[in-house]
Design a protein around this ligand. Structure first.
Ligand SMILES: Cc1cc2nc3c(=O)[nH]c(=O)nc-3n(C[C@H](O)[C@H](O)[C@H](O)COP(=O)(O)OP(=O)(O)OC[C@H]3O[C@@H](n4cnc5c(N)ncnc54)[C@H](O)[C@@H]3O)c2cc1C
Ligand code: SF4
Length: 477
């Protein structure tokens, strides 16, 4: 522990966001740079707890007190080494993670937690800027080959671990470029794609082969590989089956965000000049909100069936859990209205068969169900509706059906304690096995599945590579 009084002397501080009227004119990340001395002062707030609960909040088991201490001592190079010891892609989690580690930070019991996520991103950005992040080449080739299907964070983490262990890894991606949701789901204003491209260049230099525009639809396409890692995500969206759903102008979030991420304001599905309704109050909805504002929407309303959460931890979600509280993301700060405790009842058409309004009603919980509150039905005018109500699981037709893998009770690809599916030699990692989750869990699963694949290929008793989590690990609740 560098400074035993750091947490007493220094208040929590995070970087400022660029002014709303400025950032809405571009797609760049919203945060301003954070001075090195400020990051070092923030790291000094860490108490180096005897039992660092931050570790329990993070599925990667990040060595948080160690790198906080190193940053406090200005040893940024050693901090980056400790950071990479548990996380292949800290520049992704440092920007995009909701930081369950901070919710679990001991300082958070009676004060503001350590700015763990900010320290993380400062370490890795400085490491890249100083040229310290270089390809890590395998010491010897194993003679085994591995196919990784899907290039989201789970597939990338598995591929990097396996390539570095000496296996010949090919990543198959049906999109035109690798990254999964990191590239075509998450908007540029949350993470600029240059961070992804830089990491992909490192992986290519290490020997990972990327085959893009390559949808794997049959088991035969994987013939000849010694092992397979399925990392295709959980992309089947939850739909809203109410009257009028067939009208034009109603899109799933993942029909709207990918073209916007490719083309920005010139996307064929644009919010420019439109009244927009987003159904779903979560993070995907917030990504649609920020995108719609940048495209020039006239108004944006985000609807959520749940009541508005409290501003601080409710007693039912004590430290160190990740609480459901009212959060203001950068997209919320930029405008729009959030409406809670409402249910969408019907989409109403104009003369051309396009959506012109949504009829909704307020709801209250009664007998374990949401029930309409009489007399509260009303219409909201809208020309664009975005459905952001989550995902129900992996796409079953095609590759999964042809392989014949089994599914668990929740519809995810079933796996053993070693991430192996019901088909020998075929492993699964990330949202495809876990269900819709977070980047940090996808990386943790990719690393862990890679360790199990490496053990399988080498016939070892126990994994030689690090295992972050078992497939059954769940967030603190
Ligand atoms: C809009 C949105 C925003 C999000 N924002 C955040 C955030 O800010 N922070 C956070 O922690 N989490 C966020 N998440 C969740 C997070 O992105 C996912 O949990 C994570 O990306 C899952 O990683 P994955 O590798 O399992 O799958 P994915 O990222 O979904 O990648 C799967 C890849 O597999 C490819 N694929 C699928 N089938 C095949 C096939 N048969 N052949 C070839 N390729 C195939 C797909 O094209 C895709 O590229 C967000 C999710 C969404 C939808
Ligand atoms: S729980 Fe918080 S204060 Fe304790 S070691 Fe982790 S980051 Fe530091």
């Amino acid at each position: 522990m560098g400074d035993p009084k750091g947490f007493l002397k220094t208040a929590r501080e995070t970087p400022r966001r660029r002014p709303v009227d400025v950032r809405l004119t571009d797609w760049r990340e919203v945060y301003e740079p954070f001075a090195r001395e400020r990051a070092e002062r923030q790291a000094a707030r860490c108490m180096d707890c005897g039992i660092p609960f931050c570790h329990n909040g993070c599925p990667l088991g990040n060595l948080i007190p160690e790198w906080n201490d190193l940053v406090y001592r200005s040893d940024w190079t050693a901090a980056a080494e400790r950071l990479h010891a548990t996380n292949n892609f800290p520049e992704f989690t440092g920007r995009l993670c909701p930081a369950p580690c901070e919710s679990a930070c001991v300082l958070g019991i009676n004060a503001e937690p350590v700015t763990i996520k900010q320290v993380e991103v400062e370490i890795i950005d400085r490491a890249w800027a100083s040229g310290a992040v270089v390809p890590v080449l395998p010491s010897a080739a194993s003679g085994c080959s591995v196919a990784v299907v899907g290039s989201g964070p789970a597939g990338l983490a598995a591929a990097q671990q396996l390539t570095r262990a000496g296996h010949a890894v090919t990543v198959f991606e049906r999109d035109d470029a690798p990254g999964g949701l990191l590239r075509y789901g998450i908007p540029e204003f949350k993470m600029e794609k240059r961070h992804l491209d830089r990491r992909l260049a490192q992986m290519s230099a290490e020997g990972t082969v990327f085959s893009c525009g390559a949808a794997v639809e049959s088991a035969a396409q994987l013939d000849g590989f010694s092992a397979v890692v399925l990392a295709g995500g959980a992309r089947v969206p939850r739909d809203l089956t109410v009257p009028g759903r067939e009208l034009s102008g109603i899109y799933q979030a993942m029909e709207y965000l990918p073209p916007a991420n490719r083309l920005g304001a010139s996307s064929p599905v644009s919010a420019a000049g439109k009244h927009v309704v987003i159904i779903g109050g979560g993070d995907t909805g917030a990504d649609c909100l920020g995108t719609a504002h940048r495209q020039g929407a006239r108004s944006v309303t985000q609807l959520e069936i749940m009541p508005r959460p409290p501003r601080s931890r409710p007693e039912s979600q004590p430290w160190p859990t990740y609480p459901m509280i009212y959060r203001v993301s950068s997209a919320h700060e930029e405008g729009g209205e959030r409406v809670y405790a409402v249910s969408s009842e019907e989409f109403l058409p104009d003369a051309a068969g396009a959506v012109r309004a949504l009829r909704l009603t307020e709801v209250a919980m009664s007998g374990g169900r949401f029930t309409p509150v009489p007399g509260t039905a009303r219409e909201i005018g809208c020309e664009l509706v975005l459905l952001a109500m989550g995902f129900t699981g992996a796409e079953k037709p095609g590759l999964l059906a042809d392989l014949g893998v089994e599914f668990d009770a929740r519809g995810n690809v079933a796996r053993s304690a070693s991430y192996e599916t019901s088909v020998p030699g075929v492993f699964v990692a990330g949202d495809m096995g876990r269900g819709q989750s977070l980047i940090v869990w996808a990386i943790a699963e990719g690393r862990s599945a890679a360790a199990c694949v490496d053990r399988y290929l080498r016939g070892l008793d126990r994994p030689a590579l690090p295992v972050a989590i078992p497939p059954t690990a769940r967030p603190l609740v």
